[in-house]
Design a protein around this ligand. Structure first.
Ligand code: 4D8
Length: 255
């Protein structure tokens, strides 16, 4: 592809990232010392496991909806089959949410913007997923350490999403073509920023993202076994569609 095509591709991915970011970073910067008080933390920690899971699933799905919008504006994504678009979102949307999380993370006190204030890992205690939360917070620190620009985050998010190695793809070569154009875009951006060495680190972060999203799915399977009704009737439909195909939600209905 010509340099002009690559620059146009980068511009459209950055534009759609900006248009689908729920908050402006400056807005949240003003909030970053607005922490939950002891009573509010206590209230979260006294929620039952299934209540807190439902609450987080709803919050997570809010974030995922913006990632779905972002995906639809990545040049080439909409040309993929419906099946392949869903397959890429099933495995990639949680990963992109975790990349976005780093934009709303305060590394000085390890808190993340959640429910209008900044929450430490202890707020999520009643999820009974301490290993997942610890790994997610560590990942947020490691992403912040890279000090990526908005443009680099936008291209990295597109690269995380358009991955031809994902399972259950119908037309892998078509996804490969879109993936390759995004790879040209991110290498172009990193070269222009004189940060070619960042690509290696971003590949390392993508491996960590895959393990985090795997851990999320593992916890979800554990949760569905233990609270099948909550998962089946109280989780947002988009959450169920992307993270737990119906078959897994109702134990015993294996096809
Ligand atoms: O802009 O949408 O307001 C996390 C969820 C972020 C999970 C959300 C969450 C985000 C993952 C709630 C539960 C990241 C923002 C707020 C809600 C991503 C954890 C914290 C969005 C960026 C920060 C700020 C728990 C928003 C990882 C895993 C979820 C389970 C259901 C177990």
């Amino acid at each position: 592809p010509s340099l002009r095509n690559i620059e146009e591709l980068c511009a459209s991915i950055v534009r759609s990232y900006r248009e689908t970011s729920q908050y402006r970073v400056e807005e949240l910067h003003a909030l970053q010392w607005k922490l939950f008080c002891r009573d509010e933390i206590q209230a979260y920690q006294s929620k039952s496991v299934d209540e807190m899971w439902q609450h987080c699933a709803i919050r997570l799905t809010d974030a995922v909806q913006y990632v779905v919008e972002f995906a639809k504006h990545i040049p080439g994504f909409r040309m993929l089959s419906q099946n392949d678009q869903i397959a890429l979102l099933k495995t990639g949307s949680m990963e992109v949410v975790l990349v976005r999380m780093s934009r709303f993370f305060n590394t000085e006190n390890s808190t993340v913007y959640f429910d209008g204030k900044f929450a430490g890992a202890e707020v999520f205690k009643s999820l009974a997923c301490a290993d997942l939360i610890t790994a997610v917070f560590d990942f947020a620190h490691s992403m912040c350490a890279l000090k990526l620009t908005d443009q680099q985050i936008a291209l990295f998010s597109a690269l995380v999403l358009i991955n031809a190695d994902r399972p259950c793809l119908e037309d892998r070569s078509r996804v490969q073509r879109v993936q390759r154009s995004v790879e040209y875009g991110i290498t172009h951006i990193l070269h222009r920023d004189n940060q070619d060495s960042l690509m290696h680190k971003l590949n390392q972060r993508m491996a960590v993202l895959r393990s985090l999203s795997g851990l999320h799915m593992e916890k979800l399977r554990w949760f569905c076994q233990r609270y099948p009704l909550t998962a089946h009737s109280l989780f947002p439909p988009l959450y169920k569609e992307l993270f737990a195909s119906e078959a897994e939600l109702v134990p015993g209905t294996t096809h």
